[in-house]
Ligand binder design. Structure first.
Ligand SMILES: *Cc1c(COP(=O)(O)O)cnc(C)c1O
Length: 231
């Protein structure tokens, strides 16, 4: 595992990359949030993030995240991994935001759990904008119904959309197309519903430049900050 000092160096390098990409796209740095992804790493690295003044981390497993929440109190966690129905109760109200809502069934269950806990759960809808059979996410065509329903549920606050681009070694065009598709979808749904969907969570260590160019407001970065880990 990396030391805090190494993490601070990686964070500084990453911030330079992000600032560069923002500048090239003519966007202010403040229009973009970095979400460090601490999955598969111990709570210690979440503390590094907190010590660096970051506000939130992303985790992809409910149980693992809940354990880290008790190790690092007063800090926000967002769920970026697939949520199984049987974990909805555990996840709702504990995560500051659930980024991976990708079916009507899941949406309704989160809504019910959130209402029962008298909470207002922030969510993003995960769209499989790259039509990648290996990825979760609702299709672009099905997204409208889900967005409309999410806007009706009082115990849910819909903040926007999320996608994971297909990964093709040495080819970033496919990722760019996927990100552009998500942005166009968001703009169309905003017009259609009259609601604001401010967040576009897209881009990871390997394709954050492309995501920023296409309008990402949240980039989710793991390996560029913490190194690679094969678990
Ligand atoms: C692991 C993960 C990331 C971070 O990926 P890196 O390539 O390590 O930056 C981002 N988003 C999701 C959904 C992930 O599961």
């Amino acid at each position: 595992m990396i030391t805090q000092e190494e993490f601070f160096q990686n964070l500084s390098d990453l911030n330079s990359r992000i600032e560069d990409a923002c500048e090239k796209s003519g966007r202010p740095r403040s229009s973009l949030t970095l979400l460090p992804v601490t999955k598969n790493w111990p709570s210690e690295v979440v503390k590094y993030c907190k010590n660096a003044g970051l506000k939130t981390v992303g985790e992809n497993r409910v149980q693992e995240a809940i354990e880290k929440m008790s190790d690092v109190p007063n800090f926000d966690f967002e769920l970026i991994g697939h949520l199984q129905s049987n974990k909805v109760n555990m996840a709702t109200g504990n995560f500051a935001r659930i980024q991976t809502v990708d079916s009507m069934k899941l949406l309704e269950r989160i809504g019910a759990a959130s209402e029962k806990k008298s909470k207002c759960q922030k969510i993003l809808i995960q769209v499989n904008a790259g039509d990648d059979p290996a990825k979760f996410g609702i299709t672009v065509d099905e997204a409208e119904l889900l967005v409309e329903r999410a806007l009706e549920i009082n115990s849910i606050q819909l903040n926007g959309l999320m996608t994971i681009a297909p990964f093709i070694e040495g080819d970033t065009k496919v990722a760019s197309k996927c990100f552009a598709k998500l942005r166009v979808l968001k703009e169309r749904l905003e017009l259609k519903t009259g609601a604001e969907l401010p967040e576009l969570s897209m881009g990871m260590s390997g394709d954050l430049k492309e995501a920023i160019a296409e309008g990402a407001t949240i980039v989710r970065v793991g390996s560029a900050l913490f190194g690679k880990r094969d678990t």
